[in-house]
Write a protein that binds this ligand. Structure first.
Ligand SMILES: N[C@@H](CCC(=O)N[C@@H](CS)C(=O)NCC(=O)O)C(=O)O
Length: 212
């Protein structure tokens, strides 16, 4: 075994990003499934003081933050590389990751996914339509810019996938099950990502794939 354990709740796009990277590199791992009730417990906060998932452990080397985890995997398991060798492509990858982390996820994907999927499906909460409407301008800006950065390339940095494709793919696959996501998401790139064995092997639970 690799000595790798990943902690999280299946369905989380960030957890899935780490799992996709592991599958791309064909590295075996143990998934420690957490329950929503464990989130923010004292035990959880000891592993992740910000109370989020995923958490990663490699023979006692523990780290959280998805892109840091995937970059670590990419350094220790070098085939196939998930980081381009060319500085311009690498910078483009970093730019896309920055867009996901600063604009797209917190201001668009999270409020839409929470109010269309997590709240209604997992927590029995009604959708907050005002929060969704508030997220839409950022969703449109982010999708337009990501579409522009992708251009007519198969993947964001060219012919092969990178950390950026993995992180965005995991987010968009879930978001595309919402009416808002379905309206905005550019299909050919996402279809390409969905067809990868790493994506097929890490499907979110069925209940999350049906948006409210
Ligand atoms: N920056 C973190 C974000 C992780 C994150 O937000 N995970 C979500 C699940 S997809 C979470 O833990 N949400 C729980 C919460 O917001 O309380 C990373 O890259 O790992």
């Amino acid at each position: 075994m690799s000595g790798i354990t990943v902690y999280g709740i299946p369905g989380s796009p960030f957890l899935r990003s780490v799992e996709i990277a592991l599958k791309e590199k064909d590295v075996p791992y143990h998934l420690h499934v957490m329950s929503p009730a464990e989130m923010k417990s004292p035990e959880h906060l000891k592993l992740h003081p910000f109370g989020r998932i995923p958490i990663f452990d490699h023979d006692g080397f523990r780290v959280y933050e998805t892109q840091a985890i995937i970059r670590y995997l990419d350094e220790i398991y070098i085939h196939p590389p998930l980081t381009p060798g060319n500085p311009k492509d690498r910078t483009r990858m970093n730019q896309v990751i920055g867009i996901i982390e600063w604009y797209f996820f917190p201001k668009a994907a999270a409020p839409i996914a929470f109010n269309r999927i997590i709240g209604p499906r997992l927590l029995g909460l009604p959708s907050n339509e005002a929060a969704i409407a508030e997220a839409m301008p950022m969703a449109r800006t982010a999708f337009a810019e990501l579409d522009h950065l992708l251009g007519d390339k198969p993947y964001f940095t060219g012919e092969t996938i990178s950390v950026a494709d993995i992180m965005l793919g995991a987010q968009l696959d879930l978001l595309s099950t919402t009416p808002e996501g379905a309206e905005l998401i550019a299909v050919p790139w996402l279809e390409r990502m969905r067809a990868r064995p790493s994506f097929l092997a890490t499907q979110p639970p069925e209940a999350l794939r049906r948006a409210a």
